[in-house]
Write a protein that binds this ligand. Structure first.
Ligand code: UDP
Length: 335
């Protein structure tokens, strides 16, 4: 088993914490997490030996201290803001945190001779879909500052490869969802905007009726279709991407999705059957910026990283989210 040390930024967040756990417990890496705990949770770091540095990635001194204390062989970068609506009303916050702050990590990598970077990127870098399923060849014309903030970082990474030989894999997630299969860690956002946790909380009566954003889309049941991909499958893609780079792989970007779409209505129906409860809903206006359908073609991830999702059934994904929500913490971390 490898004993290399990986730095994970935003490792106490949702996808970050599942990746940290897989790196530490399954792939045998030493893991150092840098997280300012604004959205992350200390309790989401459940694996023995993981070092948490509570700091912001823009804090050059803290980052330098990490690189001079630990022999970091690769960086997996999650730390970012991800609320599309907020990115429209406060774009500078997004460009500062999602585009500018990671430069501190890249500078330290360059200084310390670390040349492997995995980026948590997003299908929001594509913008309005022109073809379905979407491949990596799809034009990248994001329609909001969130997507642009991530696309710019992808471009910065290409430039860093050209100039410094700093190699990267940019993973463009579709809809991250579900919780660890053993129910130990999961999704705890505040505010929670995502469909699946809100459907389940509405089923439990913890929140009022779920608003379905639009029922007149050109889809079979009129509601939006998304490609929900399980968070542990996403986590495994990062482990595979690190292996790929450490074996000398060259930089590239790839999609991560199951290739299967589920509509909002199908998610609600599946949740009702899993929970045995009715999900109270009301139909509302379309949410701005929501395309009718987003489904990934992930064949490049399969070909280059040997990655295939293990969970492809939306029911199974919802079951893991439901188990976490009914665990000891009720789907919430203490801190
Ligand atoms: N959605 C909804 N009601 C909600 C939250 C989401 O109808 O309370 C819809 C949303 O319009 C989208 C899908 O569910 O079509 C997934 O949204 P989510 O916010 O989970 O992820 P996104 O696709 O925005 O990344």
């Amino acid at each position: 088993m490898s004993k290399e040390t990986i730095l994970v930024s935003g490792g106490a967040g949702y996808i970050g914490s599942h990746t940290v756990r897989m790196l530490a417990e399954e792939a045998g890496y030493q893991v150092v997490v840098i997280d300012n705990l604004v959205f992350g949770h200390r309790d989401a770091l459940v694996s023995e030996g993981v070092v948490l540095v509570e700091a912001d990635i823009s804090d050059a001194n803290a980052v330098e201290e990490i690189f001079s204390t630990h022999n970091i062989s690769g960086v997996v970068h999650f730390a970012a803001f991800c609320f599309v609506g907020e990115s429209v009303t406060d774009p500078l916050k997004y460009y500062a945190n999602n585009t500018a702050a990671p430069l501190t990590l890249l500078r330290a990598m360059r200084e310390h001779g670390c040349d492997q970077f995995i980026l948590s990127s997003t299908c929001a870098t594509y913008g309005d879909p022109q073809e379905m399923p979407m491949t990596e060849r799809h034009a990248q014309q994001p329609i909001n500052p969130y997507g642009r903030s991530k696309l710019m970082l992808e471009q910065i990474l290409s430039d860093c490869d050209q100039a410094y030989g700093l190699r990267s894999v940019r993973l463009r997630y579709f809809n991250a969802s579900g919780c660890s299969r053993d129910g130990l860690i999961g999704e705890d956002h505040d505010p929670e905007t995502h469909l699946i946790p809100n459907v389940l909380r509405a089923a439990k009566g913890e929140i009022g009726p779920l608003t379905v954003f639009g029922s007149d889309y050109p889809t079979p049941d009129g509601t939006c279709i998304r490609d929900y991909v399980h968070v542990e499958d996403l986590a495994r893609a990062h482990v595979n991407a690190l292996n790929y780079l450490s074996e000398g792989g060259t930089s590239f970007s790839c999609n991560l999705g199951t290739g299967q779409g589920a509509s909002v209505r199908q998610v609600i129906d599946a949740a009702e059957s899993i929970t045995g409860k009715q999900v109270p809903i009301e139909y509302g206006e379309r949410r701005e910026g929501d395309p009718p359908e987003l489904v990934a073609d992930s064949s490049l991830a399969k070909q280059a990283l040997g990655w295939e999702p293990q969970i492809t059934d939306i029911r199974h994904i919802i079951e893991t989210a439901w188990a976490w929500m009914n665990g000891p913490g009720g789907g919430k971390y203490r801190e």
